[in-house]
Design a binder for this molecule. Structure first.
Ligand SMILES: *[C@@H]1O[C@H](CO)[C@@H](O)[C@H](O)[C@H]1NC(C)=O
Ligand SMILES: *[C@@H]1O[C@H](CO)[C@@H](O)[C@H](O)[C@H]1NC(C)=O
Ligand SMILES: *[C@@H]1O[C@H](CO)[C@@H](O)[C@H](O)[C@H]1NC(C)=O
Ligand SMILES: *[C@@H]1O[C@H](CO)[C@@H](O)[C@H](O)[C@H]1NC(C)=O
Ligand SMILES: *[C@@H]1O[C@H](CO)[C@@H](O)[C@H](O)[C@H]1NC(C)=O
Length: 412
């Protein structure tokens, strides 16, 4: 008993002469409990902050409450003082009998903690004003930043800055006495593909997206093109709680959008692309507070489908590839049937011509035959007479050649 009292007295003397004693570091908003080992059993207990009464309990068990703010959140458990949800104003020197505690209330925050890509944020690690140690931050990529004045400024955040930042509190003796984490979320960058290529009459999806769903409220957004100002695009608009595309006055034959995942994807699809739709398109988003992000892409419109044997075949020509707005297979079908028709017509024409020629020839032959038949007939009478005579004389006459002639002509 005597010994422990002596030790306590020495500790107290040390506290008084050096002005420091047991230091207590506590994060703001949490509960703290400080013990009073020097309290005499069954004696009156009195807790003071900077020599002003916080709470006291008399020997009869009656509680006396001080007028400090902290008195409202404090209670005595046996001899210990318990404070719920400490605030920075609660910091100071707490005494009970001969026991002394110095309470430091610490806090850390990033303002804002959701940061738009390439804008800045302030990191603030706060310890009670009379703290004499040092404060520094380590970034998610392990880089170290010392905190001067009361904050560390991070300018122009990138994706590398997203994650947990740690505030290290080191006392005058170089001992790390407390560590606090703060989370930073980076919204953006807005991304797209650099170049989109399509064919005349085809479609083109223009992508525009955030790497992750936005943690900042989106208040508006749009697609624009200086080179294709004849196209009107829908605009993003904020309704009570969510974002939607307003397609009023937009030709859905030309531009379509999807009301899906409008915290991440802001694509538009162009249909029936013309040569004059080619150019630079800009997608932009506006966030609460008026700051914005944008992304640019170039649309290339090809006039004709390239031949598949050009290059490594990175152009896929199919029967359905549109050529001047009509699928290739229609063009091929039209060409094939045209050739077919022409061939048929030529064949018919030739046949008709030949037939006519033949008929003509035949007619003239028949005419000459008729006259010959007539003549032969006349001669036949003679020959019969002659034949009779010749049989008589034993001479034979050649038979008339008419039937053979006629036959061969018809067969020709
Ligand atoms: C938007 O485009 C991106 C990139 O092409 C694609 O990954 C995504 O699925 C598209 N999202 C929607 C909703 O169309
Ligand atoms: C943005 O797009 C570029 C090129 O496509 C890509 O390299 C980069 O990783 C993308 N960034 C994000 C955050 O998606
Ligand atoms: C949609 O946009 C038009 C103008 O482009 C505007 O007049 C109209 O009020 C908007 N609709 C809504 C619901 O905000
Ligand atoms: C394919 O054609 C394009 C233009 O028609 C030309 O620029 C390119 O060099 C060609 N590629 C090859 C591999 O021949
Ligand atoms: C061409 O189309 C086929 C089938 O649709 C596909 O498998 C192939 O990857 C395509 N090639 C290129 C270079 O796009």
């Amino acid at each position: 008993m005597f010994r422990s009292k002596n030790i306590l007295w020495i500790t107290f003397a040390f506290c008084v002469t050096t002005g420091s004693c047991e230091d207590v570091y506590q994060q703001s908003g949490t509960d703290v409990k400080m013990d009073c080992p020097s309290a005499k059993p069954n004696a009156e207990i009195e807790w003071k902050l900077n020599n002003v009464l916080v709470l006291g309990i008399s020997t009869t068990g009656r509680e006396r409450k001080g007028s400090l703010h902290v008195s409202q959140r404090a209670r005595i458990e046996k001899t210990s003082l318990k404070i719920t949800a400490v605030k920075s104003e609660d910091s100071g020197v707490y005494t009970c009998s001969t026991t002394t505690h110095k309470l430091y209330v610490v806090s850390a925050h990033a303002n804002p903690s959701s940061v738009l890509y390439s804008t800045g944020t302030n990191l603030n690690c706060d310890v009670t004003k009379d703290f004499k140690g040092t404060i520094c931050w380590t970034a998610p990529d392990s880089k170290s930043y010392s905190q001067s004045k009361s904050m560390t400024v991070v300018e122009s955040v990138t994706s590398d800055n997203a994650g947990l930042w740690t505030c290290h509190i080191t006392d005058v003796n170089g001992k790390e006495v407390f560590k606090l984490n703060v989370k930073i979320t980076v919204v953006g960058p807005l991304n797209t593909t650099e170049e989109v290529t399509t064919y005349e009459g085809g479609i083109a999806e223009l992508p525009c997206f955030l790497p992750a769903p936005s943690t900042l409220p989106i208040t508006g957004g749009s697609w624009t093109s200086e080179t294709a100002s004849h196209i009107s695009f829908p605009a993003l608009m904020r309704t009570n709680s969510d974002v939607k595309w307003n397609s009023t006055g937009v030709s859905t034959d030309k531009v379509t959008v999807r009301d899906e995942q409008l915290n991440k994807y802001f694509n538009v699809t162009l249909k029936r692309v013309n040569a004059d739709d080619a150019g630079v398109y800009v997608c932009s988003l506006v966030f609460e507070g008026g700051k914005s992000l944008s992304a640019k892409l170039k649309l290339t419109v090809l006039k004709t489908t390239p031949t598949p044997d050009n290059g490594s075949g990175d152009s896929n020509v199919t029967w359905y590839t549109p050529v001047s707005g009509v699928p290739l297979w229609v063009w091929v079908a039209v060409a094939v049937s045209t050739v077919f028709l022409v061939v048929i017509i030529i064949l018919i024409y030739c046949r008709n011509k030949r037939m006519k020629r033949k008929m003509k020839k035949l007619k003239s032959k028949q005419l000459s035959l008729k006259s010959r038949v007539y003549c032969t007939c006349g001669r036949a009478d003679n020959s019969r007479v002659q034949g009779k005579e010749s049989t008589r004389t034993g001479k034979r006459e050649r038979p008339p050649s008419l039937p053979r002639h006629q036959y061969s002509y018809l067969n020709e």
